[in-house]
Design a protein around this ligand. Structure first.
Ligand SMILES: *[C@@H]1O[C@H](CO)[C@@H](O)[C@H](O)[C@H]1NC(C)=O
Ligand SMILES: *[C@@H]1O[C@H](CO)[C@@H](O)[C@H](O)[C@H]1NC(C)=O
Ligand SMILES: *[C@@H]1O[C@H](CO)[C@@H](O)[C@H](O)[C@H]1NC(C)=O
Length: 355
């Protein structure tokens, strides 16, 4: 599987705790203060400089001025029928909070070719939390042999998945659809067969449940493996300036999972025009469809980074894979304490931002 890291067994238990949860809790007030002060600056600005006056722009940075010229904010283009329909459906879903069940659960959705090498490790992670999670397995190549009771009987009907093709996105949507059937599932995490947990269950549960965003990686890659994959056949709904890239591994809240189910317009655009060997270019929908779709439909609702860690720092086609001798306590401690998101773009630049 693409981007799968070949973790090899050799560790018994490495559900490491770190203190980054505190950081998350501390962050919220800062955000609110920032937001409040931004809002008040804005109001003062509007009060002093009535709308329409070009002087109003000077109260913001030059970037703020440009925001008014951004065609996505001031939509100069008339929307297509499909776009209007898509917008109203999605806005309506986003306005309607999902029904709260007594014990909200997290759906762990495994996208794998066959058997899962780390079932025993996941079993340790899940043990004792039986009422707060569900497991779904989409095995695209061969029937998995399960060794953990949490995985037995959790296979969903699957289809073949071809690396880089749209069948990857279809498998992700199949997992989401099956997991949505259970109204208790409030958050949905997509994982590969080579993912391992690096925090304990409570930490992961609280982190995902009490953050009201989806963790979808989303960034601009101006290079050949980013914007270079864009095709103008996606116009008018998907403009080049809105084309985004991101890790395939996401975690979404229930509302966003439903929004993904409701989408046919962008689904179709990417299925037809973002695929390997499209006009002599290779485009991989699993890296572009959801980041671009959420940028267009709910940019504030996503974190722009993914909760699964992958090391792309070697700058190769595939991320770093770990062999048994690489797996040390220090490595795992390093991974659990990561507090920035690193985006390596194909114009050979590295972009970092803290979260
Ligand atoms: C997320 O939660 C924060 C505070 O906890 C709140 O201010 C914000 O409006 C919420 N956002 C959404 C999209 O619900
Ligand atoms: C994610 O990026 C979009 C723009 O690309 C921005 O509007 C949004 O606020 C970002 N999300 C967070 C949580 O910072
Ligand atoms: C862990 O991080 C430290 C500090 O960045 C670094 O020096 C060390 O090589 C890392 N160790 C491993 C095993 O990645």
């Amino acid at each position: 599987m693409k981007k799968a890291r070949a973790w090899r067994l050799g560790m018994k238990d490495f559900l490491v705790m770190s203190n980054s949860r505190q950081r998350v809790q501390l962050r919220r007030p800062t955000w609110i203060i920032l937001l409040v002060s931004f809002v008040s600056i804005f109001l003062v600005g509007v009060y002093i400089y009535p709308a329409g006056s070009s002087a109003a722009c000077f109260i913001f940075s030059s970037e703020g001025c440009n925001a008014f010229n951004n065609p996505r904010l001031v939509n100069l283009r008339p929307l297509t029928d499909d776009e209007i329909a898509s917008d109203v459906v999605i806005k309506e879903i986003l306005k309607t909070p999902p029904v709260q069940t007594r014990t909200p659960k997290i759906a762990f959705m495994f996208l794998t070719p066959g058997s899962l090498p780390f079932e025993k490790l996941w079993e340790k992670f899940f043990y004792g939390h039986e009422d707060r999670f569900t497991v779904y397995v989409h095995a695209s190549r061969e029937r998995p042999i399960h060794v953990s009771r949490y995985f037995i009987g959790r296979d969903i009907r699957s289809e073949k998945v071809v690396w880089g093709k749209f069948s990857m996105v279809e498998a992700e949507k199949r997992l989401l659809a099956n997991a949505l059937i259970d109204p208790g599932n409030q958050h949905f995490v997509l994982l590969s067969d080579s993912c391992v947990p690096v925090h304990n269950f409570d930490y992961v549960y609280n982190y995902l449940m009490f953050t009201n965003v989806s963790f979808i990686d989303c960034f601009i890659d101006p290079g050949p493996h980013g914007n270079g994959r864009y095709s103008e056949h996606m116009l008018p709904e998907v403009q080049k300036q809105d084309f985004r890239k991101g890790s395939q591994w996401f975690s979404v809240k229930r509302q966003h999972a439903i929004v993904i189910m409701a989408d046919s317009l962008y689904h179709m655009k990417f299925r037809l025009y973002c695929r390997p060997n499209m006009d002599g270019r290779n485009c991989y929908s699993d890296e572009h469809y959801l980041p671009t779709f959420f940028l267009l439909k709910d940019p504030e609702g996503i974190a722009n980074w993914s909760v699964t860690h992958v090391d792309w720092s070697e700058g190769k086609w595939h991320p770093k894979s770990y062999r048994a001798q690489d797996i040390t306590y220090e490595l795992l401690k390093n991974i659990t304490s990561i507090d920035e998101s690193v985006h390596v773009t194909s114009d050979a630049k590295v972009h970092r931002f803290s979260f």
